[in-house]
Design a protein around this ligand. Structure first.
Ligand code: ZN
Length: 198
């Protein structure tokens, strides 16, 4: 049988156990163990728990739409700023400390669905948060990006949102020492207070 196999594959099959660990050691892994709660949580029941009456073009199951229409609960929904066309929230399941989401207020999943005013205001907000996070947290850099569609990793493909993730030199190497899920909501609340000044 082995005679039918491409010799390059035979070589790979023989040595892949040596090659793959070498490849793996060159991948930086950002530890965010609290994201396990996001991966394992039942999205439908979580959406029902926080449900609120939303407008005609909004999605009642969308946490961003819920936050847009529930302006009395910014602290518990981690809303840090509202503008005429945008909403900024802390990511409840952050990749790193200070992980912010900036979204249009309208439930819209395509860039082409945004108005010029919304586009300008979204970029202004992203700029504003990178400035504020720099002042408060002194990161060495940022990952700022948009996951467009399920295939690109969007957890909420129907409602555009830009991720702002502060990065520090060496942050891919630390081992999180958080032993209790209780610690994360507290730190998010502390960050909410700092960023909103409330
Ligand atoms: Zn929405």
């Amino acid at each position: 049988m082995d005679g039918l196999i491409d010799p390059r594959f035979r070589l790979f099959r023989r040595y892949y156990k040596l090659i793959i660990p070498v490849i793996m050691t060159n991948i930086d892994i950002l530890w965010a163990p609290w994201r396990m709660a996001y991966i394992t949580e039942n999205k439908d029941s979580a959406a029902e728990k926080t449900a609120v009456a939303v407008g005609p073009h909004a999605d009642p199951k969308c946490f961003l739409c819920q936050a847009v229409f529930d302006d009395a609960n910014d602290r518990t929904r981690f809303v840090i700023r509202r503008t005429e066309w945008t909403l900024s929230v802390l990511n409840r399941f952050p990749y790193n400390n200070g992980h912010i989401l900036v979204a249009p207020r309208n439930h819209c999943g395509n860039l082409s669905g945004l108005t010029e005013t919304e586009k300008i205001e979204l970029i202004r907000e992203i700029d504003r948060w990178t400035e504020i996070l720099t002042q408060h947290m002194s990161p060495d850099g940022f990952n700022i990006g948009l996951n467009l569609g399920h295939a690109a990793g969007a957890g909420l493909p129907g409602h555009l949102h830009w991720h702002i993730v502060p990065r520090w030199n060496g942050d891919t190497n630390y081992m999180a020492t958080i032993g209790s899920t209780h610690v994360i909501p507290q730190s998010l609340e502390a960050l909410w207070t700092i960023l909103t000044g409330k």
